[in-house]
Design a protein around this ligand. Structure first.
Ligand code: ZN
Length: 291
């Protein structure tokens, strides 16, 4: 069944609604620099890719991607290609989109977030919704990156050959990365892997080695003193918008495994939401209290 809102016909929409059992997912991303090797839209593209793959495993409606996310920096110091909307506009836009989704019969809305910087405003968004009368429930899910550490842990537990996508070289590389405690954070292997599976032509490992992905420790003294600046000083520590060890051994096959793991995990989460009766019942009770 076609699960993507933009690809289904109006005539077939009711069938999608029925198969989704009320669940509609909004992939959310950001437009920002991802080192020198990944494209600006990495977060949005991964969100969309994982959500779509998951919808093939556990049917639900895939809403068009909410591409723009929250960025802490200010122009003109932001790297080329950054797009950031005000938090107020993002909140309003997301709420109106949720209302449209609800009017179309989906009462369980799940926001799939692929950009860590969206966490604070999405939490506030849910708080705000909680203070309004509405006929739907909304919740968030933060994307779960699994290369290299989660894949390596799976291999260690289940043995060589347990992840069918991987070659013996892939397995060796993943275990090495895990043993070395490879740094993952931003534009890291956790993001390069699914991007290799989805858009291999957009991944440029030949750019490794030009900019450093390790912390400058510029914000350490603030953090040590318990002073929390925006994003815990991330913008000071990682001025290259790269927080990772280079990972030139990451391959398309590792990417396919990572994408499948992420999609399966998300499909399982959607199943929980589909089966849940508590959230909507609780919302009804809250609604009754508003009158
Ligand atoms: Zn990212």
């Amino acid at each position: 069944m076609e699960t993507r809102w933009l690809h289904v016909t109006s005539e077939n929409f009711a069938s999608l609604r029925e198969a989704s059992r009320g669940v509609c997912v909004i992939p959310v991303g950001a437009v920002e620099k991802h080192g020198l090797h990944l494209p600006l839209g990495t977060d949005a593209l991964i969100s969309e890719g994982v959500v779509y793959e998951a919808s093939k495993l556990e049917e639900f409606c895939v809403f068009p991607t909410f591409v723009f996310g929250d960025m802490y920096g200010k122009f003109p110091s932001m790297p080329d290609g950054t797009v950031t909307l005000s938090v107020e506009l993002e909140m309003r836009l997301l709420e109106e989109l949720c209302e449209q989704i609800s009017k179309n019969g989906f009462k369980k809305i799940l926001i799939f977030n692929g950009h860590g910087g969206n966490g604070p405003w999405l939490a506030t968004f849910l708080r705000r919704l909680g203070n309004r009368k509405r006929d739907y429930v909304a919740a968030t899910y933060f994307t779960w990156e699994c290369a290299p550490h989660e894949l390596a842990k799976y291999l260690l537990e289940n043995g060589p050959g347990s992840i069918p996508e991987l070659t013996p070289e892939d397995e060796k590389y993943l275990l090495e990365c895990h043993e070395k405690k490879m740094l993952v954070g931003h534009a890291c292997m956790g993001e390069s892997a699914p991007m290799l599976a989805l858009f291999p032509e957009d991944v440029h490992f030949e750019r490794f080695g030009i900019e450093d992905g390790h912390s400058t420790h510029a914000a350490d003294h603030l953090n040590k003193a318990g002073i929390k600046t925006m994003d815990g000083g991330w913008e000071l520590d990682y001025p290259n918008f790269y927080c990772a060890d280079d990972h030139p051994g990451c391959t398309v096959s590792i990417g396919r495994a990572a994408l499948r793991f992420q999609a399966e995990r998300f499909a399982a989460a959607v199943k929980v939401l589909k089966d849940d009766d508590f959230l909507l019942a609780e919302n009804e009770r809250r609604n009754a209290g508003w009158q």
